[in-house]
Design a protein around this ligand. Sequence first.
Ligand SMILES: [Zn+2]
Length: 592
Amino acid sequence: MSYLVLARKWRPLNFDQVVGQGPVVRILRNVISRKRVPHAMLFSGVRGVGKTTLARIMAKALNCESEAGELPCNECGSCREITAGTAVDLHEIDGASNRGIQEIRDLKENIRFLPSRNRYKIMIIDEVHMLTNEAFNALLKTLEEPPDHVIFMFATTEIHKIPVTILSRCQRYELKKVPFAELFQLFRKIAEAEKVTISDGALEMIAREAAGSIRDGLSLLDQVFSFGGEKMTDVDVSEVLGLVGSQVLGRLTAALLTEDLGAALKILDQVCTAGADLKRFTADLLHFVRGLIICRVSKAPGELLDGSDREIAEMTELAARQSAETLYQLFDLLLKGAAEMQYAPYPRLVLEMTFAKIVQSGQAAPIASLIARLDELLAAAGGDEQSPAPPRSSASFLPEKKNPEPVAADRADSLRISELPPAFTVRSRQAPDPADTVSPDDSAVMTGPAAEPPKDVRRDWDDFALYVGERKGWMAQIVKMCDSVRLKGNELRMKYEDSTHCPILQQADNLKVLTEFAQDFFQRELRLRISARGVGGGGNGGDETVALQEERMALRRDPLAQLVAEVFSGQVADVRTGPRSRESGAGPAREE
Ligand SMILES: [Zn+2]
């Protein structure tokens, strides 16, 4: 006895047996029961969802000789002939191989004659979008004035390729992809009927792989059945079909989230040994993580996911242990890895390094939690600044382990410190650095972070020029041109390279006005000393050292540095400038 493929053996014979097309089936039943039969029907949908199957059931029902009960009866001569494929009044035409005008002419010739035994002559044209324009035009004439005894049924996977003129003359039935759960149930029923014991996990894999297409699923099931014995496990099915089960994906994801790189690499090795296609596997992994995200954020993940209740329950449990941010980041890194794999000569290495990056990224703290920590510190800054409240971040990036918070805090510290610009190091507050106390003019340096930072003559010089500009435009121009400015005690020293700019500011009236501006702007008692290089002013020799010192002072006073010091209960210890600051591990270039 020859083997009949499952798709043919299990082809539905009546509307009841059609899987996953509830709404369309309901409409078609109404068409039959109300006897309002359109002359042209168009079934559209992806492959393997039952377009021609429904057309045939419809043809049977229209020509059924039975008077009672639900149609088609599948008992009468007409029904039997259609099932056997010998009905003279049913013509099935493959649009892909009969796409020219001659075929349509033959068809038109054919329909001129009345049906030889049935009520209707029925023309089923599959893949109708393949017809040529001329063929469509010829068909259109017939559709405009169809003979009463003719019914056209078209099936297509690409409805957009069909001319609107044809579409507008058809009753359209849009078939959906068959939902996962219905595929799963169907396959289980078939397996039982075929007396094959197959694990639920294996059936889930097949149902997922079928991606909504019954025919695809049945052909996978054919492969599995023909492979083996009467008992099929997940492992058998993954070997036969080269698929990876959700349990493997779950274990791999869990390993990545718990930062167990060794375990993750081992699972990958097993997958590769089993012969799975790596790109395909990566895509499955991405879909799995997407599923986790949906389980994490959705109250009814089953509506969005292809998976059995058991699978979704397992995924929900795994997802619940992670923050949504963790899962987004995991997806993001995997997606980047998948993109890199596309053109990589060694895709497996790319995937392995992607895993390494994921595990590493788990050791960083999320910016959100750091910002939250900063906010808390700033809020608490009015009180005891030595003991800031410990962070109570809701968004810990780490997979929740036994005791995640202290770990997160430690890591936040190390991350932030490694992110600092090279000019800053932060040291513990326990050991005050004498360098802080010997600075000449830093009375306002260590103010609390909540107070508005004092204006700095160097950093805020441009703002000062603007301030002057609002009051005396011409003066602002000269203020801006100042080449160097520094504060020595209460003396604000402005120095010009070009001596021509000085005299006008040095005039008593102007000097007085500018001094007032400076005092108002910088909010301190000031005297102004304006000089050109080489004309008056201090000796040139010490200038460079002084300038360097002042640059360091400005860096030390920078609000970012202050804030960082505050966050880590430390203080700015060393200020390094120039190339030495980029040497790591070198002795500290201490400020004098
Ligand atoms: Zn019948």
